[in-house]
Design a protein around this ligand. Structure first.
Ligand code: NAD
Ligand code: DAU
Length: 332
C-alpha cells in the first residue's frame, strides 16, 4: 500500500510507520507539523520507504501535496496529545484535533481516497468506575484534549453518514514504548528514575489506566485498516489495568531505585479516575495484545537506557522549560 500517515513523526505514528514498512512492505508518506512532539529522527531508519512532508493537517495545500498522485488510505495520528498542556492552553487542541481533522476529511472526500482511519482515544468516553467501555458507550469527555478528540471523531462519523466516505475510528488506551515524548507518565518516570530525580505523582496515585504496548496498538490499527467495517468504531485496549502508583513502583524496582524518590503533588484538574477499554470488537477481527505489561515496561526502560542520544536533546530543550513551569513549584 501507499499510505499517508499524518502525525507520523510522533510517538505512535512513527512506530506504526516502522511496522507498515518492515512488516507490510508499504510505502509511507508522513505529513507532520513537527511540533515539539514530532521528530524526523523517529523515522530515520526507514530510509527511502518513508517520505516526510513538513506541514500541518489544517493546511489544505500541504494536505494536497502529501496526497500527491494518490494514496490508498489516510491514517490520522496528528494531534495535540497531552492532557496537561490542554488545560493550560486549549486553542491548539481545537485547531489541530477538530479543524485539522475536518481539512483531512474534506481532502479525502474530494480526492477520492478509498479509506480514512482516525486514531482516537478511550478518553472520549470519560471516566468509568466499574466495568469497561464498549464502542456504544456515551461520549463524555472531561478535558479540553478529550473534548477536541471527540469533536474530531464526530466529524469523521458525519463524513461517513453524509458523504459515504469509508471511515473507521480506532480508539486506543494509554500507550507506552520507545520514542514516547517524556511529558507522558511512563517515559517521564523512567527518565527521572534513571537520573535519580523525584517522581511526581498526581493526587493519591490511585487513578487507573489500561496500558497498551505501542506495537500492539499498531497491529490493532492494521487490523482495523484492513478489515474494519466502514462507519464503525473499534476500541483497542491494553491487556492490563494498573494504578499510577503501581506503575511508578514497578519502574523504581526495574531501575534499582527506592520509594523515597516518589513525590505526591497537587492533582491534575478534572483528573479522570479510571479508564477500562473493552476490545471484543477488534478481537473479532483477529487482533490480540501480545505484550504483557512487565515485559513491555522492561523493553521500554531498556530502550530509554540505550538511546540517550534520542532523549538528551529533548531534556535540555523545550521540555526543560515545560517541566520547570509545570512541575517547578510542586517539586521545589
Ligand atoms: P505525539 O504527541 O507523540 O505525536 C503527535 C504528532 O502529531 C507529532 O509528530 C506532531 O508533530 C504531530 N502534529 C501535531 N499537530 C499537528 C498538525 N496540526 N499537523 C500535522 N501534524 C501535527 O502523540 P502520540 O502519543 O503518538 O498520539 C498519536 C495519536 O494517537 C493522537 O491522535 C492521540 O490522540 C492518539 N492516542 C494516543 C494515545 C497515547 O497513549 N499516547 C492513546 C490513544 C490514542
Ligand atoms: O488514554 C489514552 C490517552 O493516554 C491518550 O489519548 C493521551 O494522548 C495520552 O496523553 C494519555 O493520557 P493520560 O492523561 O492518561 O496520560 P499521561 O501519561 O499524561 O498520564 C497517565 C496518568 O499518570 C494519569 O492518571 C496522570 C498521571 N500522571 C501523569 C504525569 C505526566 C502523574 O501522576 N504524574 C505526571 O507527572
Amino acid at each position: 500500500m501507499r499510505l499517508l500517515i499524518c502525525g507520523g513523526a510522533g510517538f505512535i505514528g512513527s512506530n506504526f510507520a516502522r511496522q507498515r514498512v518492515n512488516d507490510h512492505g508499504d510505502e509511507v508518506v508522513v505529513l507532520d507539523k513537527l511540533t515539539y512532539a514530532g521528530r524526523p529522527e523517529n523515522l530515520a531508519d526507514l530510509g527511502a520507504a518513508a517520505t516526510l512532508v513538513h506541514g500541518a493537517i489544517e493546511d489544505p495545500a500541504k494536505v494536497a501535496e502529501a496526497i500527491g498522485e494518490g494514496v490508498d488510505a489516510i491514517v490520522n495520528f496528528a494531534a495535540e496529545t497531552h492532557v496537561d498542556r490542554s488545560i493550560s492552553g486549549p486553542d491548539a487542541f481545537v485547531e489541530t484535533n477538530v479543524r485539522g481533522s475536518l481539512v483531512l476529511l474534506e481532502a479525502a472526500r474530494t480526492s477520492g481516497v478509498a479509506r480514512y482511519v482516525q486514531i482516537s482515544t478511550d478518553e472520549v468516553y470519560g471516566s468509568i468506575a466499574e466495568g469497561s467501555f464498549t464502542e456504544e458507550s456515551p461520549i463524555v469527555p472531561s478535558s479540553p484534549y478529550s473534548a477536541s478528540k471527540a469533536g474530531g471523531d464526530l466529524l469523521v462519523q458525519s463524513y461517513f453518514h453524509t458523504y459515504r466516505l469509508e471511515t473507521v475510528i480506532c480508539r486506543g488506551s494509554n500507550n507506552y514504548g520507545p520514542y514516547q515524548y517524556p511529558e507522558k507518565l511512563i517515559p517521564l518516570m523512567v527518565l527521572n528514575a534513571l537520573h535519580g530525580d523525584k517522581l511526581p505523582v498526581y493526587g493519591d496515585g490511585l487513578n487507573v489506566r489500561n496500558w497498551l504496548f505501542v506495537e500492539d496498538f499498531g497491529r490493532g490499527i492494521s487490523h482495523v485498516l484492513a478489515h474494519g467495517a466502514p462507519g464503525e468504531v473499534y476500541n483497542v485496549g491494553g491487556p492490563s489495568e494498573s494504578t499510577n502508583i503501581e506503575v511508578v513502583r514497578e519502574i523504581l524496582a526495574q531501575t534499582g531505585n527506592g520509594e523515597s524518590l516518589i513525590d505526591y503533588i497537587t492533582d491534575r484538574p478534572g483528573h479522570d479516575r479510571r479508564y477500562s477499554l473493552g476490545s471484543e470488537k477488534v478481537r473479532a477481527l483477529g487482533w490480540e495484545a501480545q505484550v504483557g505489561f512487565e515485559d513491555g515496561l522492561k523493553r521500554t526502560i531498556d530502550w530509554y537506557r540505550d538511546n540517550a542520544a534520542w532523549w538528551e536533546p529533548i531534556r535540555s530543550g523545550e521540555f526543560r522549560e515545560y517541566y520547570e513551569k509545570h512541575y517547578g513549584r510542586a517539586l521545589g
